[in-house]
Write a new protein. Sequence first.
Lengths: 408, 408
Amino acid sequence: MLNRIEAGVTAPLGFEAGCAAAGIKYKDRTDMAIVYSKRPCVAAGAFTTNVVKAAPVLWDKHIVEDCENLQAVIINAGIANACTGEEGYGYCKQTADAAAKVLNIPADAVGVASTGVIGMQLPIDRIVNGVSLLAAAKGESYDDGHKAARAIMTTDTKAKEVAVEFNIGGTKCTMGGMCKGAGMIHPNMCTMLCFITTDAAIDKALLTKALKNDVVDTFNMISVDGDTSTNDTVLLMANAMAGNPVICEENEDYKTFCEALHYCMLTLSKMIAGDGEGCTCLFECTVVNADTKQNARTLAKSVITSSLTKAAIFGHDANWGRILCALGYSGVDFDPYKVDIYFKSAAGELQIVKDGVSTGYSEDLATEILSQEHVTAVCDMHNGNEQATAFGCDLTYEYVKINGDYRS
Amino acid sequence: MLNRIEAGVTAPLGFEAGCAAAGIKYKDRTDMAIVYSKRPCVAAGAFTTNVVKAAPVLWDKHIVEDCENLQAVIINAGIANACTGEEGYGYCKQTADAAAKVLNIPADAVGVASTGVIGMQLPIDRIVNGVSLLAAAKGESYDDGHKAARAIMTTDTKAKEVAVEFNIGGTKCTMGGMCKGAGMIHPNMCTMLCFITTDAAIDKALLTKALKNDVVDTFNMISVDGDTSTNDTVLLMANAMAGNPVICEENEDYKTFCEALHYCMLTLSKMIAGDGEGCTCLFECTVVNADTKQNARTLAKSVITSSLTKAAIFGHDANWGRILCALGYSGVDFDPYKVDIYFKSAAGELQIVKDGVSTGYSEDLATEILSQEHVTAVCDMHNGNEQATAFGCDLTYEYVKINGDYRS
């Protein structure tokens, strides 16, 4: 049903993207990006649950919840515009005003997003100048989308993009996405910054519902370091240019749309976890046969957020006691002597624990399995039928290095 | 009222301690310890809330809750006897039986405690042999207590001891304590292993109440890495040999006893946080003027457990945005634009944030303040009158190194 294509946010009809080097904080690189739709979009957003919300989060919540359409998003990397008070919020408005002017659209159709250092004010003159550069540079090629995905990176090492084609009522629709995020990643709503575009026609209430339902098992299931950012934002824009019959009820078409959305969100989530600051591998935990879905999620997240477990994964050490320990302090009740644990990766699969105690497995084989770029721990609770997967990464010297000295 | 003395668990009358090199896992060092009272003690315990409880935790809970007295505790370092099933619990009983025999006391007056790797079985022959060595070696000098405190260390770099004298009804009483713990420290009840002795006479119910009330603001307020161990244990033993009138109601004497207990528990807690695995400093967060005591505790703990904040402290980087961010995702609601933040240490005090935004402080002075061995962040919520302090440490390369390769 879904056909993955090599593209990003510019894949759907009518979407353009671009980047600029505005000199906000970084030198010798692009640091601003635009996502623009030729037609106004219905939009949905998911935002950080942190009490401390960055100014652009407040701005975008307002745009998505109170205004009619979204047509452009202006993004900057380097400064987060968080903890910046009234002044910071004013800069969001000035950015939107500047974009509205050069793009000839209403200011309340312009979203803004920022990522970087907390507590510094934006150099608004450079931002406004950057907006003009963006308006002039944007285009609809894959290359334009890819450049935008690179411009929003901070400590990311890879641009993160995805695109799929799907079919709604006989019409080919397309969805594309890009995101960034490597540190301060422990979304309780969504992650640092994610932008998903689609040319499918869909009712706003259903778009909102689809996004809300999907973040629970995608962006809310990743963690790099347990810190929920002030800036987490997912913006989903649908411009209806594919020409499909508008999805306005929860029918098969809606289901197909949700599948495409889930594919994009899950793919981007895993890209973030696998590119966690300083990490050497994507560390996944799947909890199976839990009593409830929520408990499965809680258990899986507890494992991938355990510093000790993450350090052991870095050391390729099958220190399963730390996994059982992390399940145990998750807040979920269970019988430890029913739990089985397996490790798996491209190098094979191995049962490490049966009924809560060691199977006497081969340490050499376990180390081999844990030495891959994508490692999964499967925890079988033998306590029901629900399952969930959480995505994290290992904890390395490099993480400490990056974060011990981020601002200098 | 309280007089701190240079001593440990052997300070109170009638308490002996000792150590032995039993060769359980470590080479060329002592790895077992005993704490023994000449007279049977009333005892209280606080144990891990982890669903996965180590065998010695289950044993000690039984002894403290269901049995009359506690007279000796046998401790080993190297293997935690956690996730070891019926076999592991059987070894607790065998250890207690062996101690009962050589000490000529009932087996149900013997506590056991273990710390180290999860999932390995204890080499019971060596443990039983070690118990005999301990019984022969124990003594009541400060040196004996100090040797015991060293024998229970794992990745600790310093022995952790405390002792105070206090006065109950005109009689001098003494309390001493030792503990260990550096990794897997995020007690939700108490910490890895802590043993407190006193010659004061006190009713068991009040002893239990005093311990229960005090862990909330001491051991439950420290975190090294957010991982709540399977083995966390605090054992408090009172042998009544000081000869004071028995404390059997919540009067001034009880209050004095609680003060002595709090002093010992707080001192030992801070020693653990300040000796966190790989850490270079004790990082304290005091939240003042919060709306409720529990919210103050939650906010303070959120700050000292934030990986990003801990890495910034390691880098002597006044990255206050991470502190405000950690307050924000703690789950406590507050107005970020009312918050003030200060850093203080032996090098001075500096206001960094006023009303949620930067004060434009001197980065050089902030770095100087953060370069000390004991650093405090004070967060003024301007939202009430309650306060709490949490104790943690910085996150360093060394932490990753220790935990990436702990078992080899």
